[in-house]
Design a protein around this ligand. Structure first.
Ligand SMILES: [Zn+2]
Length: 392
C-alpha cells in the first residue's frame, strides 16, 4: 500500500533560486529528449526507449557540466516523465508538447529516494546532489526511511511542497463488530446509519469574495493588482488548507469509530451536469472525502465498500418496500409502521447494501425499533447482521 505524505518545504532565498535553475534545466532536457525521439522516428521510423534515452543522458552529462552537477536520478525523473507522456499518447492520443522552463514546477525522484531523506537533530532534510538543502515539515510522523519509494518536489504559487510516497505494509482487515452506512446528503454533510450526523461545515468565504472584488477593481498589469492577486491566492490557500485539515480529522475519526464503512458510489461526472447540484457537491468536496476515507480505512484495516446509490432514499430500510417521496419530504414514513429521518433511512439502506456486497446477510425485523434517539419518533429499524465478520 502506497501512502503519500504531503509536507511543507523550507528553503533559503538562494535555494529557491537554485530550484528555479533546476526547473529550467529539466525543461531543457525534456525538450531535447522529445526532439531526439521525433528525430529518431523521422529517420528510422522507430521509437526510442527510456533506456536509450538514459544512454543519451549519460552523453549529455559528459559534455555539459551544468547537467552533470545534478543527481542523475533527478534527470532520469525528467526522462521518465517524457516516457509517460509518450505512453499516454499511444493510449489516449495527444502528442507530448515542448515545455517552457518558466512553467516547469516539479522534480520527481523514483530511485533511491530512501537515501535522500535525512534526520538532522529534530529536522528532516532532503539532501540531493545539485539541489539546495530542503527542510521538510510534516504534520504527521513519517514512516521509516527505508520504506520511502518516491519524492516529488512541487513549486506552488505561494510555497514549495514535498510529497513523500512510502510503501507501507497493508494491515489485516479487522473483524466487523460495528458497521456503518454513510449518506452524503445535500442539507447535511453526512448522515450515519446509527443516527449520528456530521453537520455541513460552512466555509467562511466572505474574505475570499472581498479579495476577489479587490482584484477585479485594480488595473490589469499594475503592481497593485499583483499585490491583490497575491493576497487572494494566500486566502485561497488558507481556506483550502483548513478544509483539507478538517477532512483529515473527520475521516480519521470515522475509521476509528467503525470497522466497516459503506458509502454511495458517486457518479460525480453525471451529477455535475445538474446545475444546482453541482455547487453543493463541489462545496462538500465529496470526491476528496471518499478518497481520503478510502486511504484511512485501508491504513486502519477497516473494510470499505461503495454501493449503488440508486433508490436508497426511496426504499424502506425496515421492510424493503418502495416509498416514493420527492426531495422536499424529509421524513420517511412507511406502511409497515417505520418512521425515520429520510437521510438516516437512506444511510441504513446503504449499510445493508454494503453488507450484502461484502457477503454478509441482512435480516430485517419488520417494524422493529431499536431506539428513539432523537425523541421525536425518528428511529432506526432493528437489523441483524450475519456473516459480516467473515469478510476478508
Ligand atoms: Zn417499511
Amino acid at each position: 500500500m502506497i501512502r503519500t505524505y504531503k509536507c511543507r518545504a523550507k528553503l533559503s532565498a538562494g535555494g529557491h533560486e537554485r530550484l528555479g535553475e533546476i526547473f529550467r534545466l529539466s525543461a531543457e532536457l525534456y525538450n531535447a529528449g522529445l526532439e531526439s525521439r521525433i528525430d529518431c522516428y523521422k529517420k528510422t521510423g522507430e521509437g526510442r526507449s527510456l533506456y536509450d534515452q538514459y544512454h543519451e543522458l549519460a552523453e549529455v552529462r559528459a559534455e555539459l557540466p551544468e547537467f552533470a552537477s545534478i543527481s542523475s536520478v533527478v534527470m532520469r525523473g525528467v526522462l521518465s516523465r517524457l516516457d509517460k507522456a509518450y505512453k499516454r499518447f499511444f493510449e489516449y492520443g495527444g502528442f507530448p508538447r515542448f515545455k517552457s522552463g518558466r512553467r516547469w514546477r516539479t522534480i520527481e525522484i523514483n530511485d533511491q529516494a530512501w537515501s535522500m531523506l535525512r534526520r538532522e537533530g529534530d529536522k528532516t532534510v532532503l539532501k540531493i546532489k545539485g539541489l539546495p538543502r530542503i527542510v521538510v515539515n510534516s504534520s504527521r510522523e513519517l514512516p521509516p526511511n527505508n520504506l520511502l519509494k518516491a519524492i516529488r518536489i512541487t513549486r506552488k504559487p505561494l510555497r514549495t511542497e514535498v510529497a513523500l510516497s512510502y510503501e507501507l505494509p497493508t494491515p489485516e482487515v479487522k473483524p466487523v463488530t460495528n458497521p456503518v452506512g454513510i449518506d452524503m446528503g445535500i442539507s447535511k454533510r453526512l448522515t450515519l446509519s446509527d443516527g449520528e450526523t456530521v453537520e455541513k461545515r460552512e466555509i467562511d468565504r466572505k474574505k475570499l469574495i472581498r479579495l476577489q472584488r479587490s482584484v477585479s477593481r485594480k488595473v490589469k498589469g499594475s503592481s497593485n493588482r499583483r499585490k491583490a492577486v497575491r493576497l487572494l491566492a494566500k486566502e485561497w490557500q488558507r481556506v483550502s488548507d483548513k478544509e483539507r485539515d478538517y477532512l483529515h480529522r473527520l475521516t480519521s475519526q470515522l475509521t476509528k469509530m467503525y470497522d466497516f464503512i459503506a458509502v454511495e458510489k458517486l457518479k460525480t461526472k453525471n451529477m455535475l451536469r445538474d446545475k444546482h447540484l453541482a455547487r453543493s457537491i463541489q462545496e462538500q468536496t465529496w470526491g476528496s472525502t471518499i478518497t481520503l476515507l478510502n486511504e484511512k480505512a485501508e491504513s486502519a484495516g477497516v473494510k470499505m465498500v461503495e454501493v449503488d446509490p440508486k433508490g436508497t432514499s426511496q426504499e424502506c430500510s425496515a421492510c424493503g418496500a418502495a416509498v416514493k417521496k420527492d426531495l422536499s419530504v424529509r421524513v420517511h414514513r412507511c406502511d409497515c409502521g417505520y418512521v425515520a429521518d429520510r437521510d438516516i433511512n437512506a444511510a441504513i439502506n446503504i449499510l445493508h447494501r454494503g453488507i450484502t456486497i461484502a457477503g454478509g446477510n441482512v435480516t430485517r425485523v419488520v417494524g422493529g425499533i431499536l431506539d428513539d434517539k432523537q425523541g421525536n419518533g425518528l428511529a432506526r429499524p432493528r437489523t441483524v447482521y450475519e456473516g459480516v465478520n467473515l469478510i476478508t
